[in-house]
Ligand binder design. Structure first.
Ligand code: ADP
Ligand code: 5GP
Length: 228
């Protein structure tokens, strides 16, 4: 993915009601496309079966999490469904240094903080296609008890109010289409003038080249199909 001109990568925030599929979309972007990297959050939640420390989350104690807040190591953090979650600032710095788009799978409170602290981030709200689909996905995932599923649905109902403050909304009905749309958004964002590295330098180089062509236009041949 390239604009042809060197550009700054985009931090991409994906937020959605729990069970919509944002983690699935985030991992698909990272697995399939070059230049995307997943931001591994710190959390005090216990690991689910199959989750790997350092890959899915950095699983930490409440004390360690508090120490990270005090040391200003988290660019944003929030309490979600009774656990603490936060994005280590070093994730963004490392991605920036490597020219990679860092994908943040975070809740709406975290998205709000990122909007303030990192204005160049692109915020994408993922919509479930329907409440029934959300219920099916949450229960099929089988990671929460039914009372917790109900709690997450109610929280999701509130979180939908935040969608209007995001830059984009993508419906995750068909996974392939949703992944392609998020990728297309990042592709388009990479073409914004403010993301082009040294745009002034690029413009003045091209202007200098145009001056040179005009200066030499008496001596260089026009295109073979040219006729006056
Ligand atoms: P979130 O991170 O938003 O809580 P997940 O990525 O864990 O959601 O997805 C919840 C469940 O829904 C998972 O079992 C996942 O495989 C499934 N899922 C994700 N996207 C789709 C989709 N487009 N169609 C059907 N199932 C999906
Ligand atoms: P889960 O426990 O299902 O993995 O995640 C619960 C919620 O916490 C999801 O909405 C997820 O996006 C959010 N979350 C995960 N990591 C972070 C983070 O670093 N910061 C914030 N604010 N939310 C997070």
């Amino acid at each position: 993915m390239t604009t042809g001109l060197p550009h700054r990568p985009c931090p991409v925030v994906l937020a959605a009601p729990s069970g919509t599929g944002k983690t699935t979309i985030a991992h698909a972007l990272v697995e399939r496309f070059e230049h995307f990297v997943f931001s591994v959050s710190a959390t005090t939640r216990r690991a689910r079966t199959g989750e790997v420390d350092g890959r899915d989350y950095e699983f930490v104690s409440r004390e360690r999490f508090r120490a990270m807040i005090d040391a200003d190591e988290l660019v944003e953090w929030a309490e979600v469904h009774g656990n603490l979650y936060g994005t280590p600032a070093r994730n963004l710095k490392a991605a920036q240094d490597r020219g990679e788009h860092v994908v943040l799978d975070i809740d709406v409170q975290g998205a709000r903080q990122i909007r303030k602290r990192i204005p160049e981030a692109v915020l994408v709200f993922i919509f479930p296609p329907s409440a029934q689909a959300l219920w099916s996905r949450l229960t099929a995932r089988g990671t929460e008890r039914l009372d917790e599923v109900r709690r997450r649905l109610r929280a999701g109902r509130r979180e939908l109010e935040e969608a209007q403050h995001f830059d984009y909304i993508v419906v995750n009905e068909d996974l392939e289409r949703a992944v392609a749309r998020v990728r297309a958004i990042v592709e388009a964002e990479s073409h914004r003038p403010r993301r082009i590295l040294d745009l002034d330098g690029q413009v003045s180089r091209l202007r200098g080249e145009i001056d040179e062509v005009v200066r030499r236009s008496d001596t260089i041949s026009p295109h073979p199909e040219y006729s006056e």
